[in-house]
Design a protein. Structure first.
Length: 318
């Protein structure tokens, strides 16, 4: 899938560039230390008696065993703190969003200036190019860690605590992310997608998702054919609405991902599958074989036609 797996050391924004600079600096220091240790080992094994005596002398041990390492660590601490300070510094004029980690998916909320949610989504984040976005990081179960290597640093999501991270993309594109803290058996399948839009595309995306002025609900897509209508009915009959929300309908479940715009998403299963009719049918029918131990039960009792109708309904939600 495009944007997956997420590459590292390939920055596409100012905050990821900072992290990459720090990483290269640490690797360069590691390489220098490796060379010095190899040189010392060579002297200890093959050097002359005079060199070996100097290498084992009190002055060398004091300087290179204590003073120099302590000085290097202090300078490294100061440099790294100064370098990454901007990753979490909040000016107040940034776009605000909230991401909550769940087993094994991501709840996404778009916030207004007062911190209130105005749009809910899941497993996919949309941002404008060239603008910093502040992400409130929370967890609704165990410890997770949010990481989009091309756009920013890694931030842990700890139950009962809100951490904040900044992302920014320099150019439009689809960027893969990943949970970077082991959270269970399907941890490696807990992916994420960030979509960066240019200015005009961002405004179109916002306009398509703005709620009507008279209500906070977003109207569902009109039923286009009998298969979609059958899928809409099945959605309620088989219990999907108990876990999932579709804005503007009676489906208001909160324990699973919001499906209000699932048909417009680029991926399914938290970033691991392309979003199309076939993968949607497979996910609804037996998500456990795709992502073991996720919280969605398998619906093996549904016929192929019923699964197709549910998938058609999901596709209509754009």
């Amino acid at each position: 899938m495009r944007g997956w797996p997420p590459p590292v050391l390939d920055p596409q924004g100012p905050f990821s560039n900072t992290v990459t600079t720090l990483a290269w600096g640490l690797m360069a220091l590691m390489g220098l230390i490796f060379v010095l240790v190899c040189a010392a080992m060579w002297v200890a094994l093959y050097g002359s008696d005079g060199l070996r005596a100097k290498l084992g002398g009190e002055r060398v041990v004091k300087w290179f065993g204590l003073i120099v390492p302590a000085g290097v660590l202090f300078l490294l601490l100061v440099w790294s703190m100064a370098l990454v300070s901007g990753l979490t510094t909040i000016r107040g004029d940034e776009l605000r969003m909230r991401i909550a980690g769940n087993i094994y998916w991501w709840r996404v909320s778009y916030l207004d200036a007062a911190g209130r949610e105005w749009l809910a989504d899941a497993n996919e984040l949309h941002i404008p190019v060239g603008q910093a976005v502040v992400i409130d990081m929370v967890s609704e179960d165990v410890i997770h860690s949010f990481w989009v290597p091309k756009l920013g640093g890694k931030m842990d999501m700890i139950p009962g605590r809100t951490n904040r991270l900044k992302l920014q993309a320099d150019k439009p594109g689809v960027y893969g992310g990943q949970c970077a803290e082991f959270c269970g058996g399907a941890h490696s399948l807990m992916g994420f997608v960030v979509v960066a839009h240019d200015a005009a595309d961002w405004q179109r995306w916002l306009a398509a998702r703005q709620p009507p002025a008279s209500t906070t609900a977003i109207k569902p897509a009109p039923v286009a054919n009998t298969e979609v209508e059958r899928g809409r009915r099945l959605f309620g009959e088989v219990g999907c609405a108990a876990c999932h929300r579709i804005a503007g309908t009676s489906a208001q479940g909160l324990s699973g991902p919001d499906l209000s715009f699932v048909g417009a998403r680029r991926s399914l299963g938290a970033g691991i599958l392309p979003n199309n009719r076939g993968t949607m049918i497979g996910w609804i029918g037996d998500s456990q074989s795709i992502k073991p131990n996720n919280r969605m039960p398998a619906y093996r009792s549904l016929s192929g036609a019923e699964l197709g109708a549910l998938a058609a309904y999901m596709e209509s939600l754009k």
